[in-house]
Design a binder for this molecule. Structure first.
Ligand SMILES: NC(=O)c1ccc[n+]([C@@H]2O[C@H](COP(=O)([O-])OP(=O)(O)OC[C@H]3O[C@@H](n4cnc5c(N)ncnc54)[C@H](O)[C@@H]3O)[C@@H](O)[C@H]2O)c1
Ligand SMILES: [Zn+2]
Ligand SMILES: [Zn+2]
Length: 387
């Protein structure tokens, strides 16, 4: 089959690989019809995630059709149209029982923090991902979700990560009616966080980035105010000026380890890898939020320490919330929002690229060329069935 193949930092290509097989009675094989490239894939692509092995296939946002099921799969049948949450999870451990699916205890023997993620290095379990024609889906009774008959698959694929992650970012902000919410990052996750902040009652939403086309897009998609940090000397002072000296009620980090904006942070966090990524946005969140406010972090960082002002957070009495999103928990509510017409996730899709051209697709998204916001990779067979 055709699949994305990681060859080393900044080097990916489409290759032929053996088709996946059922390895456990509760596995399913999904024939992929759409897969996305996520901002998290860029951390892999840039060589920043430990134990990213040559030859692996990325891709944790995908939809498809059930091609085959193991004898222990009862909730799905061949031919079902499914969206597959990016988390691999068991559904029954201590953590899954508490709907902390991203922290499942049974799917990643390598780690005690994060659970399993498709196509995200051996630090998250070593599962091959969905930027391929076929993918093995373990624990298929609990993860995959049938796509509602009236739902466009372009909307469905954004329910596997970007929309639920943005929603969880806003939800962890514990937004009160009328709150001012500042979202750092105008990528797909930041855009959905901004949109979700309104759904959860925000009175004002401000999105910060330095890429003009993304800020313009944010204004249209999420009806928010925007700040280009290239023109701001001191972010904390700037946000205070915008909020009568108070600071924001909630700050959301939808950027993570590769944040721009501070030379020393980039040098120590990205170039020299002395900390688990640049902590620029962690600083900005802690310093821009008001006393007693909430900082919600969904941006991804490395497992080692980060140089962040924890003393300020203590003295300001902040609540810090963070996690990888637990996608499945949010699906019923988010499907309802889509069906009620309150949001059209597929509006953020700017590129639809054949899987064969995966190298170009990564380059365009990574370098922010051609006004790219979200890219969908389409395997050859899915293109035939679409036309
Ligand atoms: N927690 C989760 O479950 C989860 C899920 C998906 C993605 N993520 C993470 O969320 C982050 C965003 O993902 P994405 O797909 O939107 O990625 P993206 O790369 O498309 O977007 C990141 C945006 O941040 C901007 N940026 C860089 N430095 C900034 C700064 N200092 N202040 C404000 N903006 C800045 C970039 O210009 C870019 O537009 C990534 O770190 C990704 O790994 C986490
Ligand atoms: Zn992702
Ligand atoms: Zn579990």
């Amino acid at each position: 089959m055709l699949a994305m193949n990681y060859r080393g930092p900044y080097r990916v290509r489409a290759d032929h690989k053996p088709e996946p097989e059922i390895e456990h009675p509760e596995d399913a094989i999904v024939r992929v019809t759409r897969s996305c490239i996520c901002g998290s894939d860029l951390h892999l692509y840039h060589g920043l995630v430990p134990d990213t092995r040559i030859g692996t296939t990325f891709g944790h946002e995908f939809t498809g059709v059930i091609e085959e099921v193991g004898p222990g799969v009862h909730n799905l049948k061949v031919g079902d149209r499914v969206l597959v949450p990016f988390n691999v999870f068991c559904g029954s451990c201590f953590f899954c029982q508490r709907e902390l699916f991203s922290n499942c205890h049974n799917v990643n023997p390598e780690a005690s923090a994060v659970g399993g993620i498709y196509g995200y290095s051996h630090t998250t379990g070593g599962y091959d991902g969905g930027q391929a024609e076929y993918v093995r889906v373990p624990m298929a009774n609990v993860g995959p979700t049938i796509i509602p008959a009236d739902m466009d698959e372009d909307d469905a694929v954004l329910l596997t990560d970007a929309f639920p992650t943005g929603y969880q970012a806003a939800e962890m902000g514990d937004i009160d009616e009328g709150d001012t919410v500042v979202v750092f990052g105008a990528g797909p996750v930041g855009l959905f966080a901004a949109k979700s902040a309104w759904l959860l009652g925000a009175g004002r939403v401000i999105v910060v980035d330095h890429v003009d086309y993304r800020l313009e897009f944010a204004q249209k998609f999420a009806q928010c105010e925007t700040v280009n940090f290239r023109y701001v000397d001191d972010m904390a002072i700037h946000i205070k000026k915008l909020t009568d000296g108070m600071g924001a009620d909630v700050c959301i980090d939808a950027v993570g380890a590769e944040a721009a904006g501070n030379f020393m942070q980039t040098l120590t966090g990205v170039r020299l890898k002395l900390q688990g990524g640049a902590a620029t946005v962690l600083h900005w969140c802690i310093n821009c939020v008001r006393k007693g406010g909430v900082v919600s972090i969904v941006g991804v960082y490395g497992p080692t320490f980060n140089a962040m002002p924890i003393g300020n957070a203590v003295n300001k009495g902040l609540t810090l919330r963070m996690n990888q999103a637990s996608v499945k928990r949010h699906l019923p509510r988010l499907i309802e929002h889509i069906q009620a017409g309150r949001i059209k996730p597929s509006d953020i899709i700017t590129h639809r690229i054949p899987l064969e051209e995966v190298a170009d697709a990564y380059h365009i998204f990574s370098s922010k060329l051609d006004n790219c916001i979200k890219t969908i990779l389409v395997p050859p067979r899915a293109r035939v069935s679409m036309s």
